[in-house]
Ligand binder design. Structure first.
Ligand code: HEM
Length: 283
């Protein structure tokens, strides 16, 4: 996995760095802060997936998949169980492989690793989205139709962004490839943002607010089902515009917004890790 130093260069340097070095440096520092917090948070999520789902499967305890999921292991549903197993395996691979793919040192010094990890990541993202759609609409899942529509749009965006990232690199347009790869990374991270966002919301409100924890439905969750990827994608677009064409004030403002959002995200990661992921790793 990336080191703090390599993460520091995860996002390419601003073009106008020479004219506004302090603002560009502030924006770059904010991006590094975000990237590092994201990598740490995704490692926790990956460790949870491997320990809970991989651990129970390795011990032959497939019903252990139902500890969190409403339709984890269903006796007699062979195809559905296989699809769920593939989905969970891909989930762990994507959480580990995504951040690695964004580290420039890997791209520069280990191009073969970048290419192979990239192929696995693209194929994995597409399969995770397709298996997720199957689980959502045919197998059954928690939440209501609005939440299901929200995560379905997430799946569609994963498929579109994966296609565009691949198309751009095949045409040799590396700058566009990087932008679509970043969008793909955020869309694939949507389900992770959902958990982090929900934990942040619970911490701020001191418990469930704006939804019914029994049925897992309500306006807060409906909004989160879309915000889990639309908000990160909107922040990315604002960041790219400020980085590539913004003046010093815009860059400084963006740096402050990104830092504040990362503090909130880090709080969500801490609550998710301590309250949700670490305690369930012995399932
Ligand atoms: C691409 C990144 C994705 C990752 C990393 C991921 C990860 C996971 C994990 C870890 C679980 C088990 C639940 C838990 O322990 O928290 C899960 C379940 C599930 N995922 Fe995904 N997922 C991804 C994408 C998707 C997409 C795009 C969809 C829908 C289109 C989807 C639909 C589902 C469904 C329906 C469940 C079962 C929930 C239930 O039984 O209530 N996933 N996913």
């Amino acid at each position: 996995m990336p080191s703090a130093t390599s993460a520091a260069h995860a996002i390419p340097a601003p073009r106008q760095a020479a004219s506004t070095p302090w603002a560009a440096r502030a924006l770059s520092a904010s991006a590094r802060f975000w990237f590092l917090a994201t990598v740490i948070g995704q490692l926790f999520f990956a460790a949870y997936i491997v320990a809970l789902y991989g651990g129970t499967a390795a011990r032959g305890n497939l019903p252990g998949w139902n500890a969190v999921m409403s339709h984890g292991h269903v006796p007699g549903d062979g195809a559905g169980n296989v699809a769920t197993g593939i989905h969970l395996l891909l989930a762990a691979i994507l959480m580990l492989g995504g951040a690695l793919q964004l580290v420039p040192q890997v791209r520069r010094h280990l191009p073969a690793l970048h290419r192979w990890n990239g192929r696995v990541y693209l194929a994995g993202a597409v399969l995770a989205a397709l298996s997720g759609l199957y689980m959502l609409w045919w197998r059954g899942a928690v939440g209501d139709t609005t939440q299901h529509l929200g995560i379905s749009l997430n799946a569609v965006l994963i498929l579109v962004f994966a296609g565009l990232a691949l198309k751009k690199v095949l045409r040799g347009d590396i700058a566009a490839h990087r932008r679509w790869a970043l969008r793909l990374f955020l869309a694939v991270s949507g389900v992770w943002f959902f958990r982090v966002g929900l934990m942040c919301w619970l911490a701020v409100n001191g418990g469930p607010a704006g939804f019914d924890p029994q049925t897992f439905t309500g306006p807060a969750l409906s909004i989160l089902a879309f915000a889990q990827y639309l908000l990160p994608l909107a922040v990315l677009e604002a960041y790219l515009r400020c980085r590539d064409g913004g003046n010093a004030m815009l860059r400084l403002g963006m740096a402050a917004v990104l830092a504040l959002l990362t503090v909130a995200m880090s709080a969500g990661i801490a609550v998710a890790a301590m309250g949700m992921w670490l305690p369930r790793m012995h399932g």
